[in-house]
Design a protein around this ligand. Structure first.
Ligand SMILES: Cc1ncc(C[n+]2csc(CCOP(=O)(O)OP(=O)(O)O)c2C)c(N)n1
Ligand code: SF4
Length: 278
């Protein structure tokens, strides 16, 4: 296998742990690998403390394996179930106060462009539906209106899972959860439409059973954000614990909730992707 671009300083060769050595030798950094290569390289997330069958765990694994340049990417996360996985992710990631992720990503992406004008540095927000669609909604929308050059990926499990099951803006109408027992009175937020209206150049929605499609969407969204402006992907990642279905049913649930992938590409982004995918 080709050697990664990360190297260990000779002064530290004796003391670096085996895991880190393996990551340098067999990890994906600098190798332009994708989902189709899963199983042939050491992944950036190998263990996590999420519940058995958690849709988020699968979604995040696929998203991370699809990043076009993980060695030059910073993930911005926020409070929620994903935040208990990210400390185990072997790439740069920042935890932000709940809902603040788009503000942090804005500053980061602008600063990286100034500091490294000749080297692409990708910023990718990965957060729950409560973080993006409710508590961080204003930051999300304002970043899109400003056309900030980063990607936002929503892990949509249709509720606040980490706090035991409250309804979120993304919960479907009529659904009752542990701490919202009378059922949601309003419809699910139309985040895909809102992203388009706010001017995102690339907008997509997918479930993780369409893994290759999801991988292609992540690459496209990151490339478009790098060159043009804001991009958004919504990934359906059901929560067996709060929605009370068997952990073996997660993919079935995800397919039923989001059977048809959605992809919107602006004319400018289409031109860019045509060149990039030649
Ligand atoms: C500022 C702030 N408000 C509220 C909370 C409590 N809180 C922690 S996680 C969470 C819900 C997260 O929901 P979501 O973003 O949908 O992620 P999930 O846990 O479902 O993956 C809430 C309300 C907090 N930690 N900080
Ligand atoms: S509560 Fe739900 S979303 Fe959170 S880790 Fe468990 S299965 Fe995943």
């Amino acid at each position: 296998m080709k050697k990664g671009i990360t190297t260990i300083s000779p002064a530290f060769e004796d003391i670096m742990p085996e895991e880190y050595r393996q990551l340098v030798a067999e990890g994906p950094f600098g190798k332009d690998l994708g989902l189709g290569d899963l199983g042939t390289f050491k992944e950036l997330i190998e263990e996590h403390p999420l519940c058995a069958g958690c849709g988020l765990a699968l979604g995040i694994r696929l998203i991370i394996a699809s990043l076009p340049a993980p060695e030059n990417t910073i993930v911005v996360g926020t409070t929620g179930c994903s935040a208990i996985l990210f400390p185990q992710l072997a790439m740069h990631n920042i935890h932000s106060l709940f809902g603040n992720q788009s503000a942090i990503a804005t500053g980061l992406s602008r600063a990286l462009r100034l500091r490294y004008p000749d080297q692409p540095k990708d910023v990718v927000v990965i957060a729950g539906d409560g973080g993006i669609g409710d508590i961080g909604f204003s930051f999300t929308m304002q970043a899109w209106f400003r056309n900030e050059k980063f990607t936002t990926i929503m892990l949509d499990n249709e509720g606040y899972s980490n706090t035991g099951g409250q309804e979120s803006g993304m919960t479907r109408q009529g659904i009752a959860l542990n701490m919202a027992p009378t059922g949601k009175k309003y419809p699910k937020l139309p985040m895909v439409e809102l992203a388009k209206t706010a001017g995102c150049a690339y907008v997509a929605a997918v479930n993780p059973s369409l893994a290759r499609r999801l991988g292609k969407m992540v690459r496209r969204a990151v490339l478009v954000a790098r060159e043009i402006g804001s991009t958004y992907i919504q990934v359906m990642v059901p929560c067996p614990t709060n929605y009370k279905f068997s952990p073996s049913e997660t993919l079935k649930q995800a397919k039923a909730l989001n059977p048809q992938p959605i992809e919107y590409i602006s004319a400018e982004a289409e031109q860019l992707l045509k060149e990039a995918e030649k």
